[in-house]
Write a protein that binds this ligand. Structure first.
Ligand code: NAD
Length: 330
């Protein structure tokens, strides 16, 4: 199978590319490197450095593949506050182009990365896939919700087989943003104190990147392993799953874990002091309390290896090691 991964030089995309290669598939990573890094693309994968907004180049690169894994996006929710069109362009329009390129070059299997941010401030927790109405509170969440609507429309109109995954907060090495990444970066600059955005009560579902990739591959094998029908009307499939581990973790737990692990890795004489803000929201657009109901994918037979706190602890060790080694290399 030939797999085309948008965002293939990013945090999740590059590790997804490595997993598909291990499974014996041919992989092309397509990325404009706005957030991703060329050196993350695994050897053995082809690499196209290009923007999804360039539809002609995208079509040429995608032609001949069997499966698209669409991961490229602006993944940093807070960036939408400064630049209100970044999610429209790199999220919604880039997704339209990906779907349009698939239609034009005849690829009809898609795995799409959506997010818990589409639920906005949901009143039902844990939040299941059929929760509504959906009112996101960030440009990022709004863009992903529009993307899901486009994926569903293309599936129904063009006979695509599509699986949408609404990710929890994904953590692990190579992450480009997020609280653990941010806290570790702050401590490298000043190891005496860790200043935390918000009062630490914000609480979210965390999933380790290895479990994220396992969950996606599980659903793909389960739902798409049969060869696709040639008749588009018989081929059409649209599925949507929350992708989460068990439990939730709060920001105070994240900050304490990062500070303790940092002190141990750097052999500091004292654990950095934690300083919290007053608001219960980290930044504008941040959904302070998310808790995804992952039972639909569990009913299909998949379960994350690590619960939310264990995913955080593993990712903290990995990210601190990566950051310290990176700082030494500079
Ligand atoms: N990491 C998380 O916690 C999380 C949570 C929910 C959803 N997601 C989604 O998962 C996907 C992967 O996220 P990630 O955490 O690996 O982020 P990432 O920033 O590491 O990866 C995104 C990649 O897309 C590329 N990209 C962005 N715009 C592009 C464009 N116009 N053309 C070509 N390439 C472009 C970037 O260079 C980057 O390499 C994203 O769609 C993100 O929204 C991530």
């Amino acid at each position: 199978m030939r797999v085309f991964i948008t965002g293939g030089a990013g945090f999740i995309g590059s590790q997804m590319a490595a997993r598909f290669l291990e499974l014996g598939h041919a992989v092309t990573c397509f990325d404009n490197l706005v957030l991703g890094r060329r050196e993350y693309v695994p050897s053995g994968a082809s690499f196209v450095e290009e923007d999804l907004l360039n539809l002609d180049r995208l079509m040429r690169a995608m032609k001949g593949h069997d499966l698209v894994v669409h991961l490229a996006a602006n993944s940093d929710i807070s960036k939408g506050v400064e630049k209100s069109d970044v999610d429209l362009k790199n999220g919604t329009i880039a997704t339209f182009n990906t779907l349009e390129a698939m239609r034009k070059v005849g690829v009809h299997d898609l795995l799409f990365a959506s997010t818990s941010a589409i639920y906005g401030e949901a009143s039902v927790k844990p939040t299941p896939e059929n929760y509504g109405p959906l009112f996101p509170i960030s440009f990022y969440g709004a863009s992903k919700l529009a993307c899901e609507a486009l994926v569903s429309s293309f599936a129904h109109n063009c006979g695509f087989r599509a699986i949408v995954f609404r990710f929890a907060n994904i953590v692990g090495p190579r992450s480009t943003h997020g609280a653990i990444h941010d806290f570790a970066g702050r401590l490298l600059k000043d190891s005496s104190v860790l200043k935390v955005l918000g009062n630490g009560t914000q609480q979210k579902s965390y999933l380790h990147v290895e479990d994220c990739i396992d969950g996606i591959l599980f659903a793909w094998k389960k739902l798409m392993s049969a060869p696709a029908a040639t008749d588009p009307l018989k081929r059409e499939m649209f599925e949507c799953f929350n992708l989460a581990s068990l439990g939730v973790s709060n920001v105070k737990f994240l900050a304490t874990t990062v500070a303790t692990e940092f002190a141990s890795a750097q052999r500091l004489s004292a654990v950095p002091r934690l300083e919290f803000g007053e608001s219960d929201r980290g930044w504008v657009g941040d959904v302070a309390y998310t808790w995804l109901d992952g039972s639909r994918l569990q009913q299909l037979g998949w379960k994350a290896q690590l619960d939310s706190n264990a995913a955080v602890e593993k990712a903290v060790r990995e990210i601190i090691k990566e950051k310290i080694e990176g700082a030494v290399a500079l």
